[in-house]
Write a protein of this length. Structure first.
Length: 703
C-alpha cells in the first residue's frame, strides 16, 4: 500500500507537470473529441546485449487536431525495472522514434513496451497495451545483470528542533554492491500532512552520504515534521522504499509562532463578456486574498457545454490591481453553448490550498456563438454480428466519422468510416457475453448515441466425458461444460437429459441392454452443439445359475441348461473337471467318471465374464456290487459264509422265499444264518449296495 502511495505521488507530480506544460500554450480545445489511433509499432531488433541500442518506431494517426506527444512504458521481465518516456517529435516518415541504450545492469530476459499512450492537441488520450493491441518486445542478454535493490544503512539529522528560517540537514547512507545508487527520492511531511515536499538527491559528500539541506520556510507549519519515506534507486532502476516509523525515525520540531496554516479565500471573480463569437477573446479576472504567506499561484478549469472539452491553466502573476488574469481566444470550431469556469484552486506560499466551484461559490460563464460549428451528432452506428472469435468489428456509420469501441471503460479499437459509409475496426478477441459499446464521432466532435452489442458465443462445448454404463445402471454420468444441456440418445431416440452443474452431469435413464450404443452430446446456452461421445452398455448382469441333470458314477458327461454363449464349468472342489460353451440354451461337458457321492459344482460365465451362482449335485451310485462268492452249503449248514463287496447286503433265496440276509463286514467277509435246507435244493445268493444296485445272482445246490 505504501509503495502505491509513492507511485501515486510521483504520478500526480508528472500529471500536474504535463497539464501545466500543455495549458501554457493558451489554446482552447476546438471540436476534436476523438482520440488518436495506433497504426503501427515496430522494433529494430529482437535480441540485444547490455550496452547496445534498441529503436522503437511508433506510427499514430489523428485526423483533426493532430498528435501532441506519445507516452510509453518500457518494462523489465520481473516488472521491477520500469522506464517511462515521452516522445514529442517525428522522423521524416512521420514516426515517433524511441532510441535507447540497454543499461549495463539491465535485467536479463524479455523486456516489453508495456503501454503506449497517444495524446492529441485537444488532450484526447488513447492507451494501447502489450499483448492486447500489439507485441513489441526484445530479449536482453546480460550475464552480470543487477536485479537487487539498494539497502538503507543509515539516516541521520543534524538537529531535532529548528525555528522558521533556519536550516536542517539530513544525511542518508545507502548501499548497493553491483550497479551502484543512481539517486534518492525522499518525502518531507508536515505534522498535519497538509504540506509535503518531495526532493531527489543525485550526489554524495566526501563520506559517501547523500545530503539534503533545506531552509525551513517562514510559513512552515509548527510541530513535528518527519522524513516520511526514502526511496533508493540504483543504476539498474531497482527500487527499495523505506518508511518512517517502520525502518527509521527521522523527524524535527519546527518552532514557528507565525506559521501559515490557513488557505487563501476567493474575494471576486469577473468576466469581461457573457457572449462571444468563435475567434474572439475572453478575459477572466480572479481576486484572491491571503493575509499571511500570500498567494503562490491559481489553477483553474475551463469546461465546454457538453463537458467533453476541458482546459486547465495555472496563473502565476497579477495585474496592477492585484488580479490574476486569464485571457484566451475561442477556437474557430469551439462547441456552441454555455462554457463555464468550472473550478478555481488557490495555492498560497505555505502550500495551503482551497478550491471553489461553479454554481456553489460563484457563477462565471460565457456563451459561445458559432453558427458554423457542427452540433448535430451522427446517427447511431449499425454493427454486424460479433463473436468470441472476431478480431474485427464491421458495420456502417456516417461517412468520415470516427468509430470508437469500448469494453466497459476501456477503448479496444478505433477506425474511420470510409467514403461508402462502412467501417472495419481491429479488436482483440472478447469473451462470449461481453457487452461492447460503439459510438461514432464526427469531425466537429459530436458523438452519436451509444450502440451496444453482446459478443456471441459460437464455440461448441467440449465433447462430454461419459463414465462406464452397465446394463443395470439407471443413470449416466460424466463431465461437461457447466450450465450445458447434456443429452443421452439411443439411435434417434432421447433416453434422458440433464443440465451440467460445476462441470458434471447425471442423467436418469431406464436400464439398457448390454451392447446398446448410447451417444451423449451437450449444447450450451447459445445452443452450440458439441461432438458426440458414444459408449456401449457393458454387461454387468451375471447369467442364471445353470441347471444340472443327474450325474451317475458311470457318467462321462454332465449336461443341463445355461445362457447361450456362456462358458459352463464343472468343478470338484477347486479342481476343474470340465468346461463347455452353451449353445441354444443347453450345454454338455465331457468329464472323467466320478466316484459316487462326489460333489460337483457347476457355474457359468458370460462373454463379459460375469459369473453366475453355482449348482452343486452329488454323483449318484449306479454301479452294482460284484457277485458274492460262497463256501460249500450242505443239508446241515445253518450259517452261510463267503466273500463280497464291503458293507453291501447279502440276500439268500430258495426259490422266491428269502431264507437269510446279512452284511459284508469291513474285511469283505459275511456270515448269514439260515435253516438247514434239503439236500438238492437250489439256493440263489446276490449282493445289494446302499443305492439299491444289485449284483448278479450266484446259484448253488445244497449237498
Amino acid at each position: 500500500m505504501k509503495n502505491q502511495l509513492v507511485k501515486h505521488f510521483l504520478s500526480v507530480f508528472i500529471i500536474i507537470s504535463l497539464v501545466c506544460s500543455f495549458t501554457n500554450k493558451n489554446v482552447l480545445a476546438n471540436a476534436d473529441t476523438t482520440p488518436p489511433i495506433l497504426e503501427k509499432v515496430e522494433i529494430n531488433t529482437k535480441k540485444v546485449h547490455a550496452g547496445e541500442e534498441v529503436t522503437v518506431y511508433i506510427t499514430p494517426k489523428d485526423d483533426i487536431s493532430g498528435v501532441q506527444y506519445i507516452a510509453l512504458i518500457n518494462q523489465s521481465p520481473s516488472n521491477t525495472q520500469t522506464v517511462g518516456r515521452n516522445l514529442w517529435s517525428t522522423d521524416e516518415q512521420g514516426r515517433y522514434v524511441y532510441t535507447f541504450k540497454v543499461g549495463e545492469n539491465a535485467e536479463a530476459g524479455k523486456w516489453k513496451i508495456n503501454s503506449i499512450s497517444l495524446i492529441d492537441n485537444a488532450n484526447n488520450t488513447s492507451t494501447f497495451w502489450y499483448g492486447t493491441d500489439y507485441i513489441i518486445d526484445y530479449e536482453v542478454i546480460n550475464p552480470s545483470a543487477d536485479t537487487t535493490p539498494p539497502i538503507l544503512e543509515k539516516v541521520e539529522i543534524n538537529t531535532k528542533k529548528v525555528h522558521a528560517g533556519e536550516e536542517v540537514t539530513v544525511y542518508i547512507t545507502p548501499k548497493d554492491d553491483i550497479s551502484g545508487v543512481q539517486y534518492i527520492a525522499l518525502i518531507n511531511q508536515s505534522p498535519s500532512n497538509t504540506q509535503t515536499v518531495g526532493r531527489n538527491l543525485w550526489s554524495t559528500d566526501e563520506q559517501g552520504r547523500y545530503v539534503y539541506t533545506f531552509k525551513v520556510g517562514e510559513n512552515a507549519e509548527a510541530g513535528k515534521w518527519k522524513i516520511n519515506s526514502i526511496s533508493l534507486i540504483d543504476n539498474a532502476n531497482n527500487t527499495s522504499t523505506f518508511w518512517y516509523g517502520t525502518d527509521y525515525i527521522i523527524d524535527y520540531e519546527v518552532i514557528n509562532p507565525s506559521a501559515d496554516t490557513t488557505p487563501p479565500i476567493l474575494e471576486k471573480v469577473e468576466i469581461n463578456t457573457k457572449k462571444v463569437h468563435a475567434g474572439e477573446e475572453v478575459t477572466v479576472y480572479i481576486t484572491p486574498k491571503d493575509d499571511i504567506s500570500g498567494v503562490q499561484y491559481i489553477a483553474l478549469i475551463n469546461q465546454s457545454p457538453s463537458n467533453t472539452q476541458t482546459v486547465g491553466r495555472n496563473l502565476w502573476s497579477t495585474d496592477e490591481q492585484g488580479r490574476y488574469v486569464y485571457t484566451f481566444k475561442v477556437g474557430e470550431n469551439a462547441e456552441a453553448g454555455k462554457w463555464k469556469i468550472n473550478s478555481i484552486s488557490l495555492i498560497d506560499n505555505a502550500n495551503n490550498t482551497s478550491t471553489f466551484w461553479y454554481g456553489t461559490d460563484y457563477i462565471i460563464d460565457y456563451e459561445v456563438i458559432n453558427p458554423s460549428a457542427d452540433t448535430i451528432p451522427p446517427s447511431q452506428p449499425i454493427i454486424n454480428q460479433v463473436t468470441e472469435n472476431s478480431t474485427s468489428m464491421t458495420g456502417t456509420a456516417e461517412v468520415g466519422s470516427s468509430i470508437t469501441i469500448k469494453a466497459g471503460m476501456t477503448v479496444i479499437g478505433t477506425a474511420t468510416v470510409d467514403t461508402e459509409g462502412n467501417y472495419t475496426v481491429t479488436i482483440p478477441k472478447q469473451k462470449a457475453g461481453t457487452k461492447l459499446t460503439v459510438t461514432a464521432t464526427d469531425e466537429a466532435g459530436n458523438i452519436s448515441e451509444v450502440k451496444e452489442v453482446t459478443v456471441k458465443d459460437v464455440t461448441a462445448p467440449s465433447v462430454p466425458t461419459v463414465n462406464t454404463v452397465y446394463d443395470n445402471a439407471t443413470v449416466i454420468s460424466g463431465k461437461a461444460e457447466s450450465s450445458a444441456k447434456v443429452y443421452a440418445m439411443v439411435g434417434s431416440k432421447k433416453i434422458g437429459e440433464a443440465t451440467a452443474k460445476n462441470g458434471a452431469y447425471t442423467i436418469k435413464i431406464a436400464k439398457q441392454k448390454a451392447g446398446t450404443s448410447i451417444s451423449v452430446y451437450a449444447t450450451d446456452t447459445s445452443v452450440n452443439k458439441s461432438g458426440s461421445k458414444t459408449v456401449k452398455v457393458i454387461d454387468k448382469t451375471p447369467p442364471s445359475t445353470p441347471t444340472v441333470n443327474t450325474v451317475y458314477d458311470n457318467a462321462t458327461v454332465i449336461s443341463g441348461k445355461a445362457e447361450s454363449s456362456a462358458k459352463v464349468y464343472a468343478m470338484v472342489g477347486s479342481k476343474k473337471i470340465g468346461e463347455a460353451t452353451a449353445k441354444n440354451g443347453a450345454y454338455t461337458i465331457k468329464i472323467a467318471k466320478q466316484k459316487a457321492g462326489t460333489s460337483i459344482s457347476v457355474y457359468a460365465t458370460d462373454t463379459s465374464v460375469n459369473k453366475s451362482g453355482s449348482k452343486t449335485v452329488k454323483v449318484i451310485d449306479k454301479t452294482p456290487p460284484s457277485t458274492p462268492t460262497l463256501n460249500k452249503i450242505t443239508s446241515k449248514t445253518v450259517t452261510v459264509t463267503g466273500k463280497g463287496e464291503k458293507r453291501v447286503s447279502i440276500y439268500i433265496y430258495n426259490g422266491s422265499k428269502k431264507i437269510g440276509q446279512g452284511i459284508v463286514d469291513g474285511r469283505g467277509y459275511f456270515k448269514v444264518k439260515i435253516k438247514a435246507q434239503k439236500k438238492g435244493s437250489s439256493l440263489k445268493v446276490y449282493a445289494q449296495d446302499k443305492s439299491g444296485n444289485k449284483s448278479k445272482s450266484k446259484t448253488v445246490k445244497v449237498s
